[in-house]
Ligand binder design. Structure first.
Ligand code: AMP
Length: 174
């Protein structure tokens, strides 16, 4: 196990049956609140994102990590929001959850992502539905999504396959 992988493992809080019975929630709050943890994870994600000219962070913990990575790379950050948070006009994409649907949005005005090389940053890759939808949304805006990087990957849920062929780097897998 790499140093950063061990750090993620030691600073992740396991919360059984949250938010629903049977879900093992991975709470990265202790990692993000730890100076060494935050810096090590930011460095590792930034290494994956090298070459990007825009970082997209996914609602909501991906905002924290995405902004940290963007400052390392010297790029800006784009917050990919859950539906209904942004003023119009927006580009939006809806995707299937286990029960119902969810929506992601980015502004359709004031920022032009056409032709930008974007890396998507998030905390946890579970089923991959969110990440795949974010990639579709950014591509619809004309961006090239080069790769994604996450702190933690839950391999049993097959998220990597759901976002293929988009390459995903994960700092720690369980
Ligand atoms: P998914 O679309 O299933 O890959 O879910 C990804 C999003 O849900 C990520 O933005 C995570 O923040 C969150 N998430 C899903 N499962 C978990 C989990 N077991 N622990 C913590 N966060 C999770």
């Amino acid at each position: 196990m790499s140093d950063v992988s061990a750090l993620v493992a030691s600073l992740t809080r396991e919360v059984p049956d949250f938010p629903d019975p049977g879900i093992q929630f991975k709470d990265l709050t202790p990692l993000l609140a730890d100076a060494h943890g935050l810096n090590a994870v930011t460095d590792a994600l930034a290494a994956s994102a090298d070459g990007a000219d825009l970082v997209a962070g996914l609602d909501a913990r991906g905002f924290l990590l995405g902004a940290a990575v963007a400052t390392r790379l010297g790029t800006g950050v784009l917050a990919v929001r859950k539906g209904g948070k942004l003023p119009p006009p927006v580009h939006s994409v809806s995707y299937q959850l286990e029960y119902g649907t969810a929506t992601l949005e980015i502004p359709a005005d004031g920022i032009d992502i056409a032709g930008r090389n974007v890396v998507i940053i998030d905390d946890v890759l579970a089923t991959g539905g969110t990440l795949a939808a974010a990639a579709r949304l950014l591509r619809a805006g004309g961006a090239t999504v080069t790769r994604a990087a996450v702190v933690l990957e839950l391999t049993a849920l097959g998220g990597r396959n759901a976002v293929a062929p988009l390459p995903v780097d994960s700092l720690h897998t369980v």
